[in-house]
Design a protein around this ligand. Sequence first.
Ligand code: WTA
Length: 654
Amino acid sequence: MSDDSVLPPPEIENLLAESRLFPPDPAFVAQANASAEMYAEAEADFEAFWAKHARERIDWSKPFETTLEWDLPFAKWFTGGELNVAYNCVDRHVERGLGDKVAYHWIGEPGDTRTLTFADLQREVSKAANALKELGVQTGDRVAIYMPMIPELPIAMLACARIGAPHTVVFGGFSAESLSGRINDCGAKVLITADGGYRRGKEIGLKHHADEALADTPTIEASIVVRRLGHDVHMVPDRDHWWHDIVDRQSDDCPPVAVESEHMLYLLYTSGTTAKPKGILHTTAGYLLGASLTHEVVFDIKPDDVYWCAADIGWVTGHSYIVYGPLANATTSIMYEGAPDTPAWDRWWQIVEDYKVSILYCAPTAIRAFMKQGEAWPAAHDLTTLRVLGSVGEPINPEAWLWYHENIGGSRAPIVDTWWQTETGQILITPLPGVTTTKPGSATHPFPGIAADVVDADGNSVPLGGGGYLVLKRPWPAMLRGIYGDPERYHETYWKRFPGMYFAGDGAKRDLDGYLWLLGRVDDVMNVAGHRISTTEVESALVDHKSVAEAAVVGKKDEVSGQAIFAFVILKADREPSDALAVQLREHVAYVIGPIARPKFLMFVPDLPKTRSGKIMRRLLRDIAEGRVLGDTTTLADVGVVDTIREHSGSAEE
Ligand code: WTA
């Protein structure tokens, strides 16, 4: 007997159906690093799978004894083993004859360039590590890094890793207060910073923020300052040292310090929306394995690829996929300092053409920004060298996926939509190029060895076609080991909601073919007349319209339906807003996913409030939609955006 009326409503509705399929090209399959067998092998014995790769990929100073000690929620991987991450990322490649291979082609925003080979890195990292030692940094001491995207940033990170001093990189766009908060939370001893960097044609000073922060950080004993801009900055005697003084005069011999597998490699703070930032703790061996294996398999890395992850190293994407993963795999990377629209909207495509980039990894926010500017920018460049494209950071709307596929990937390069988090350290849900048939907008399947599931409020798996909460049911090597100094908060945040499972905080659905679709943060899910609707699906339906470049939707309190859908829409550069278009767009959503999802309000906006890593801040949009005073705006990238939207807000269509 079945009576639908007594069934609880689904945790999150599954509204948007996507039927386009992109099977791998046989030519790609023939040369792919990934194979379907990896899934079966990892499933048969996931610990044995990771252990095998740990033995093969990592150079150990002392082999590990135990693969995994799992005392939920605390994991230890590869205990008994000792290794050095900088050795694995740099020295071993030089020893094997790859000293002259380029590690980074660095491009400054003003057009200056630098090339660093693995031998250059070995020398520079050793000198920087010796400078840290001269300043009294010992194995286990924390070092804070606050820098623009210049080569000294990965050099500084590797210098820390070389002597076993955990680093915490604070994104260069963050304020003095964010910097001092993070320094104080981890008690860092030294700060490595710069006088500034370039962004959108402007000089962005950093040292004055650093000075302001250091007024309030009792544990900092010294700082090292890279000269990037070349202006006079205030140097505090006995505390501040120019990089070119203290590093350049060091010996380039600095033996890497072997540390235990579970030695802390770094902390990376994530800004919670309400509480104080969490110091996400990553350790050595498991992290290195997770980052390097996924990098090689997910991006199909070959020895002569030119790989470009266009994130900032201040985010986890940069840690895992600009620094540790690619360097462990002896990959040649592009590192670009500046903005995608400087001097013009084809800056990236010029770089791809000039350096014959073969793999590009970036965020949907960038793709939608390029979409808005039109196809002519990429079309003016030779992008035929691109053979794999990646996406990370947010759900990628199917239309943005298709735009990326056609205009950047020449309808040829597979797209890997990779889901993961600062906490996960490595990619966890992703297609494998050459193996997976992709669907635009779906991150497809868990990486081999990863147990992901979508569950309802009680923690039961939802059936195919259902929506709910994304969880992970098994530990993985690069997982966070905790929140620095706060084991209780670690347990509460990630392991309490569903006992025995890691709760990622994201909504997800599994379609009838078993593909996973990420639906955004569960805090953003809207409740419209009892239907739990994900922001992602409505946004994708809007972006599906040919006039729309980007959209963000939120729930606005509504007397009738509980919440009503309020859409903020950015049009493509050549389209004009009009009342008629607003009506059309609302109908388009109703047509694509059903009347329940038709936005009640729709506002055209020139821009959206985003975090500095490009995620839409729906919390602020909710405040705007409800006419409230804005909440905390400290993580907002551009505060002016909110005012601009407010000025437009008279024009919402009902
Ligand atoms: C979101 C970035 C959908 C998600 C590596 C996650 C994604 C948060 C995807 C982590 C994706 C990341 N599809 N959503 N492919 N990748 N996210 O810590 O909400 O900056 O929980 O790590 O970004 O963001 P974080």
